[in-house]
Ligand binder design. Structure first.
Ligand SMILES: Cc1cc2nc3c(=O)[nH]c(=O)nc-3n(C[C@H](O)[C@H](O)[C@H](O)COP(=O)(O)O)c2cc1C
Length: 345
């Protein structure tokens, strides 16, 4: 038996001892050690399935189960239709050529893929983590229902009211409301959508009448931020950037150093790294390439992968995606337990 026997009783986020969720962070930061450290202390730790094979996700769930008997969540990217022309990709590749040359690497193959979706869903049905969240879209109602049958609490990430309504129509139990302050990729169903004048607090107010628990995400790095979100109707908060400097996180060294005080002063939103809007520390790559990057996830992500890997290996923070939310300057380094305590209301 892989999971505690729960019958069909769905995990309820209101049952968490602490209303703090460690955000799933694909690309390295989310590790079994980080998720277990947060979950075992009463928060909810999340694994990030994005960019990994289904087999790797399965291994991470098993590793986390060995570290803690507490609830754990897994986050999955919902596949996107291909929307970028090969011509636009070729033009963007040409503009990246000097950077690739500088690092002595060839650019990646800008392929379209579904990130091993079907196999990941099979793993999640088999392993039944207590919570599964989706981003970039909502899956078919049949997938949502099948997970719920296994006792999984299904969370849909949304950035607007129309997305929230669609997620609820698909049957999700909980909404993760991602404000524009958030670090990393925007979960918007329409990848091109740029938030105009929105805020996490505004979105929480706008979605308060929907009658489902709301998780507040974006710019939350202190207990005061958590209290504020809870006072605006959130059932829990989800913090990503606050955990990037945790000892247990798999954050790349160059990214960790870039988050330390004094190195960067602001964040920006760009599709230059992946073809999809994401918030990160405003570095040279973003300044140079944001204007020329086509909208095309995951093709652009694959195109820039070798460049980002070489920059990370060289410790060059100016050519690497440094995802971070607007609260990055108030983060601290240290054990996840201390960061969790500092986020607790
Ligand atoms: C490095 C990084 C990676 C992220 N990866 C994911 C991911 O794989 N899936 C997801 O749903 N959200 C991802 N996010 C967004 C978080 O779920 C969350 O919305 C965000 O971190 C909240 O804002 P904050 O960073 O200001 O706390 C990521 C965020 C960061 C900073």
């Amino acid at each position: 038996m892989d999971t505690p026997a729960r019958g069909n009783t769905r995990f309820d986020i209101a049952s968490l001892p602490l209303p703090v969720i460690q955000a799933p962070m694909a690309g390295g930061p989310s590790t079994p050690e980080l998720a277990a450290a947060v979950s075992s202390r009463g928060g909810l730790g999340f694994l990030a399935a994005g960019y990994k094979t289904a087999a790797a996700v399965k291994a991470e769930i098993e590793a986390t189960r060995k570290l803690t008997g507490a609830p754990v969540g897994v986050n999955v990217f919902v596949p996107q239709p291909s929307m970028v022309s090969s011509r636009a990709l070729e033009e963007y590749a040409l503009s990246l050529a000097p950077d690739a040359q500088r690092f002595g690497v060839a650019l990646g193959d800008p392929r379209h893929d579904d990130d091993d979706w079907d196999n990941k869903i099979d793993v999640l049905l088999e392993k039944a983590p207590e919570a599964v969240s989706f981003t970039f879209d909502v899956p078919d109602p049949a997938v949502v229902a099948a997970l719920q049958q296994r006792g999984v609490c299904v969370i849909g990430t949304v950035t607007s009211r129309p997305e929230a309504v669609r997620a609820l129509e698909a049957g999700v139990d909980v909404l993760c409301v991602q404000g524009p302050e958030a670090g990393g990729h925007r979960g918007s169903f329409d990848a091109a959508r740029r938030p105009e004048g929105e805020s996490l607090h505004g979105l929480l107010e706008e979605l308060a009448d929907l009658g489902v628990p709301l998780i507040a995400a974006g710019g939350i790095v202190t207990g005061a931020d958590t209290r504020e979100a809870l006072s605006r109707g959130a059932a829990a908060v989800q913090a990503g950037t606050a955990f990037l400097r945790a000892d247990e996180a798999g954050t790349k060294e160059a990214h960790r150093l870039a988050l330390a005080p004094g190195r960067f002063t602001t964040t920006g939103v760009t599709r230059a790294f992946s073809g999809r809007n994401a918030r990160g520390l405003l570095n040279e790559f973003m300044r140079r390439h944001d204007g020329g990057a086509p909208e095309g996830y995951p093709e652009v992500h694959h195109l820039t992968t070798p460049l980002r890997a070489a920059a990370a290996a060289a410790g060059d923070a100016d050519w690497l995606n440094l995802w971070a939310g607007t609260g990055f300057q108030r983060t601290t380094a240290g054990p996840a337990s201390a960061i969790l305590a500092s986020l607790t209301p």
